[in-house]
Design a protein around this ligand. Structure first.
Ligand code: ZN
Length: 222
């Protein structure tokens, strides 16, 4: 079987042995792949549809989604977020690397902000999944992390709420810590649905003097 990531880096002896015992599988179709976290070539082709989404906020200049929130990508995000399968983030990272050329170029000097999770959820989960997913890609693109936003309100999970409830739930949830003044910001998230969360982040950043705000999300159901 051919794999998308084959030939990128050689397998170590230990990895080769482990692969014999526990063959790494494509997270979508379970075909055997070379490296843990790889998608098989077929699934990779089908999965990623880098798309521009319509922005419904005057504070957000552009929204790009890497893959539809369905099938393998949906399972992946649920595993990382709710089943705390931290190691699954490597599949998400592969997706970003593989489709990097379809993700737009951003203005020079743009700085990244992860959509923050609350302290409570950070304690429960142990990590911010958005950071896990995007940190390598940001390094590759030479984009610095500003880390300007914190979540000051423990909100209910957005997916349980109606669009109207989502807006009220997230209202005033964020505060800016760092200095966003005059900066272009790349706001990163794992899922884009109604956009209530990123629009609220963008509004808060704009109130603190941010320049242009771009959104990049791993997945979207839009
Ligand atoms: Zn597959």
């Amino acid at each position: 079987m051919k794999q998308a990531a084959a030939g990128k880096f050689p397998l170590s002896l230990i990895e080769s042995l482990l692969n014999l015992l526990f063959p790494p599988k494509c997270p979508v179709c379970k075909a055997i792949v070379e490296h843990k976290g790889d998608f098989c070539e077929n699934c990779l082709k089908k999965l990623s549809k880098v798309r521009f989404l319509k922005t419904m906020s005057k504070d957000v200049r552009q929204i790009v989604s890497v893959a539809p929130y369905e099938g393998g990508v949906r399972e992946l995000i649920i595993d990382i977020k709710f089943n705390k399968r931290k190691e699954k983030a490597s599949s998400a990272r592969n997706l970003l690397n593989e489709y990097d050329s379809a993700i737009p170029a951003y203005p020079k000097g743009i700085q990244a902000v992860y959509v923050p999770i609350s302290k409570k959820r950070l304690r429960e989960r142990g990590f911010n999944q958005v950071e896990l997913i995007f940190k390598d890609w940001l390094k590759m693109r030479n984009i610095e992390v500003l880390g300007a936003l914190v979540r000051i309100k423990d909100t209910k999970p957005q997916f349980k709420l109606s669009p109207k409830e989502r807006k009220a739930n997230i209202d005033g949830a964020f505060e800016v810590l760092g200095d966003a003044r005059g900066k272009d910001i790349l706001l990163l998230d794992d899922i884009f649905t109604t956009g209530a969360t990123v629009y609220e982040c963008a509004k808060t950043l704009k109130e603190h003097g941010a320049n242009d705000i771009f959104v990049l999300t791993l997945s979207s159901n839009k």
